[in-house]
Design a binder for this molecule. Structure first.
Ligand SMILES: Nc1ncnc2c1ncn2[C@@H]1O[C@H](COP(=O)(O)OP(=O)(O)O)[C@@H](O)[C@H]1O
Ligand SMILES: [Mg+2]
Length: 497
């Protein structure tokens, strides 16, 4: 029962209660009816018995011999039968000293519905004579005849009189009553179940709406960006007078708080982002001057000592590195801010060819390879997005393959169609990515050997940018690296297959 819904539990409880009440009422009223009918029968029985015991018919209060009032008698003289006794009344009259076997039909018998006198057999007579002679009605079952109420007494002359009336009327009335009651109770249960179901469903419908609101909100992406939590439980389901209303009102309050908190978070996040963007932007100009002056010094080598020249060339290369870092930071800040990207058809095949050509120029010691769809399937590699950013994705992946693998490594740029996606892969057979790095590979400033990387212009932002651009295009990026490294970028295709 603990796992049942509230709905089912309520209906079951209502139906069970109705069933218990109906059973109790039915039992009590049946008992009452039976006892009242039995009382009536007993009164009739007592009257019939008194007539038998009191003897001859009395006319105007004077006792007359039965034969004197023959026209009023239903039975021949000398019988135990008296006027006014119902058909079916059983009479047994045993004179003192006589046995059951000595009795005539008139002394042990009954008049049936058609007026025929029927004698009792010996068993029936003995059954009746076993009735206690204390004048109290008892229930007995006569063989072949059925249920009876019987009363017995012994007169002063020693004659034993037993009178019995069939209790079939009581039994059949009670049976009919019970049948009617069962039918009525069954109907009442059906009505209670149906009404309970309808009522409970109607009363709990607001709860469904509250649940619906909670589910809709739960499906919203709340983890980043600006979140609009417009969904609320409708006002009619927030009446604090009802339990469901209290839940609805509490949920609305909670949603209000969450919306406020998320708004505050978004606010502070965008402030930080704006600050990074502004700072990167502001630093570009002074850096450009530093680079310019360093270059100026380098161009007039005669005016300065050699050591100063060396220092200036370091200043120049470091400021170049710093410019690259600032550009990356600015780009990431802009991607974080969710700046809309261009959305134009971009052919990844063209991008791959260009990028590999550039990479070949930058790293002639590597073995660069292209793996593209065949001529007639070129449109398979079309995606919708920002050409410039997607070029950057490829450039970053290829420059990683160039910078983080030894000379002679084979690097393959592969483009192919998979269902409604275009898959772009950059695979190399280099040494692979250090295991310590793999977890946080796409996070900012994650990079391998820093000392070596400083020579290569490594910033640790390359893969973070790749990840951000791919995600902004609605794509995914995965990496597998044992010996050899494969980056797999999946982007939604522009055209259906
Ligand atoms: N193809 C690759 N083979 C081996 N290591 C790689 C490869 N690509 C990336 N890495 C490792 O992942 C780190 C992070 O790469 P990235 O985010 O591009 O930063 P950066 O290239 O500026 O160091 C690199 O420093 C390098 O150690
Ligand atoms: Mg890199």
């Amino acid at each position: 029962m603990g796992r049942w819904t509230l709905r089912r539990r309520l209906v079951v409880v209502v139906v069970a209660l109705v069933a218990v009440v109906a059973a109790a009422m039915g039992t009590l009223s049946t008992l009452a009816l039976q006892s009242s009918l039995t009382t009536q029968l007993d009164e009739k029985l007592t009257a019939a018995h008194r007539r038998t015991v009191d003897g001859p018919v009395r006319v105007g209060g004077i006792a007359v011999a039965p034969d004197q009032a023959a026209d009023e008698l239903p039975a021949p003289p000398g019988s135990t039968f008296r006027p006014g006794q119902d058909a079916g009344t059983v009479n047994v009259q045993v004179p003192d000293g006589a046995g059951p076997a000595d009795l005539t039909a008139l002394q042990a018998g009954y008049v049936d519905d058609d007026g025929n006198l029927v004698a009792l057999d010996q068993t029936q007579t003995e059954q009746l004579l076993a009735v206690p002679t204390d004048g109290e009605p008892v229930s007995i079952v006569l063989s072949d005849l059925g249920g009876y109420r019987a009363i017995a007494s012994v007169a002063t002359d020693g004659t034993t009189n037993v009178t019995a009336l069939p209790s079939t009327s009581v039994t059949s009335t009670v049976t009919t009553f019970v049948a009617v009651e069962v039918v009525v109770a069954a109907l009442a249960l059906l009505v209670a179940a149906a009404a309970g179901m309808v009522l409970v469903r109607r009363e709990l419908r607001p709860l469904d709406r509250v649940v619906g609101t909670a589910n809709r909100v739960a499906r919203l992406p709340l983890d980043r960006g600006e979140v609009v939590l417009a969904d609320r439980v409708p006002a009619r389901d927030t009446d604090p007078a009802t339990e469901v209303g209290q839940v609805g009102a509490a949920l609305n309050k909670l949603l209000g708080h969450v919306e406020q908190a998320l708004g505050a978070r978004h606010e502070s996040e965008s402030q930080v982002r704006q600050f990074v963007a502004d700072a990167s932007h502001e630093l570009r100009t002074p850096l450009a001057s530093i680079r310019g002056y360093a270059e100026l010094v380098r161009r007039s080598p005669d005016d300065v000592p050699v050591s100063a020249l060396q220092a200036m060339s370091r200043v120049e290369s470091e400021s170049e590195r710093m410019t690259a870092l600032l550009e990356d930071m600015l780009l990431l800040a802009r991607l974080d801010a969710g700046r809309p990207l261009a959305s134009e058809p971009v052919d990844l095949t063209v991008l791959a060819i260009d990028a590999v050509t550039d990479a070949h120029a930058a790293g002639p010691d590597h073995d660069w390879r292209l793996d593209l769809p065949s001529e007639e399937h070129l449109e398979d590699a079309l995606v919708v997005g920002d050409d410039h950013r997607l070029r950057q994705v490829l450039a970053n992946l290829l420059s990683n393959a160039r910078l983080h693998t030894p000379a002679g490594t084979a690097v393959t740029a592969r483009v192919r169609r998979a269902g409604d996606k275009v898959v772009l892969q950059v695979a190399d057979d280099g040494p692979g990515i250090p295991p310590a790095l793999r977890e946080s590979l796409f996070q900012r400033f994650t990079r391998g050997d820093a000392s070596r990387n400083s020579a290569t212009g490594s910033t640790g932002l390359g893969l973070a940018i790749v990840h951000a651009v791919v995600t902004a295009h609605g794509g995914t990026i995965t990496v597998s690296s044992g010996p050899g490294t494969t980056f797999t970028v999946t982007l939604p295709a522009a055209l259906a297959a």
